[in-house]
Design a protein around this ligand. Sequence first.
Ligand SMILES: *Cc1c(COP(=O)(O)O)cnc(C)c1O
Length: 481
Amino acid sequence: MLHSKIASEKEESKYVFKPDTSATPIFGSLESDVVLPRTEIRKESMKADIAYQLISDEMMHDGNPRYNLCTFVQTYMEPQAKQVMADTMATNAIDKAEYPQTTEVEKRCVNIISKLWHAPSNENYMGTSTVGSSEACMLGGMAMKFRWRKRAQALGIDTTKRKPNLIVSSGFQVVWEKFCVYWDIEMRQVPMTDMNNLRMDIKAAIDQCDEYTIGIVPIMGITYTGTFDDIVALDGALTEYNKTAKISVPIHVDAASGGLYLPFVNPDLVWDFRLKNVVSISTSGHKYGLVYPGIGWVLWRDKEYLPEELTFKVAYLGAFEPTFQINFSRSGSQIWAQYYNFVRWGFDGYKAVHERTRDVGLFLSKSLRELGIFDILNEGTNIPIVCWKLKDGLNKKWDLYDLADRLRYNGWQVPAYPLPANFTDVSIMRIVVRADQSMEQMSLFIKDLSGAIEALDKSHIVEHKENTDETGKRIPTGYTH
Ligand SMILES: *Cc1c(COP(=O)(O)O)cnc(C)c1O
């Protein structure tokens, strides 16, 4: 209302804006002279080029993804990859009959990933793309729940007496908490005991198993520090446990970050379907799969592990195709982009990109160490995630939260956040090194970091005292999961 009033007053005023023509500059147009709608749709339309300009100006207020050093998620793709995505934006991945080639390409990706994860040739793997690891984890968890219930009922266990439970280390990503809440599962957290090697205590995990356990979820790359759970040890311990257990306990590996990194860089590390208790694995295509956000993958080693009642049939090439996803319609473009990457890079290309990313991570941890005030919690040899804390006893007037703030002056987004249970009084900073962070960019970052430290050392005012929650715990300064 207000805007149209101003506009109509302007029309009557002496300094009338002429009706817009193609010669009117965007910022001289009547349409640009408005505040964009916050709560209600505008009555009037506006020209596409003006709308585009105003909307892209809104985007400026987001951080620049390339400066975002805390996300695991891909922030750069080649122009050709973007073209592939733009070309396929209008396809709907669920319309298998209308877009059979999208379905075919999705299947090819599943096949490719099944080989990278060593799905045994004498079993019939199944898999699907998802929106991300979160949906993939949910599907893995649901399959374990349904399979547990069926087996438990067959064994005469009263499945209504107690909630089924899931075992995960306290370094879990928030999706597992969501899964347990949404599907009414008791979450059993295994506390971690070594700050310098945050990983699941295998014995403690097995001790928590009982006949209501649907599965154990080890993580290949815990979000806090990037450490890996020891899945070989877990598999061995479960094999023993399962020998006498009333109901066997399977493993779902949450390989959101490691799943499309390790097969290329460290193929000898055993964590996948080579271990027989590993029944399903999930990963994010948009992390080290190098695709823009919006894609994940989940695979089961055999269809036995994906209960039939979770699959639905949709028409596909004159027959029916099973689907098992939580959402229905979504663009096929991320699937095509994943396939583009597989075709474009091949095994050697992925290996080269990831190894170079690792080199940048190692350069970063070396440079951080040289500053003399940080302890490095993860160097990035396993996966290019670098974490550090301030050395004890430094007697600085500032902390990592102040440093995170200061780095924003130069555009860098690097969060500070507390470690999980048992170590919540320790705060760390983390950089997830990605393919688009060159050695040059990281050396600029180190320069800015040194400058920030110097500035904080000299400053009188240090902020943040109030930046704690009601329990006095620090509030993270950015994305931590
Ligand atoms: C990122 C991550 C997730 C969630 O993945 P999205 O693809 O963002 O949904 C789950 N688990 C772990 C270990 C992660 O690092």
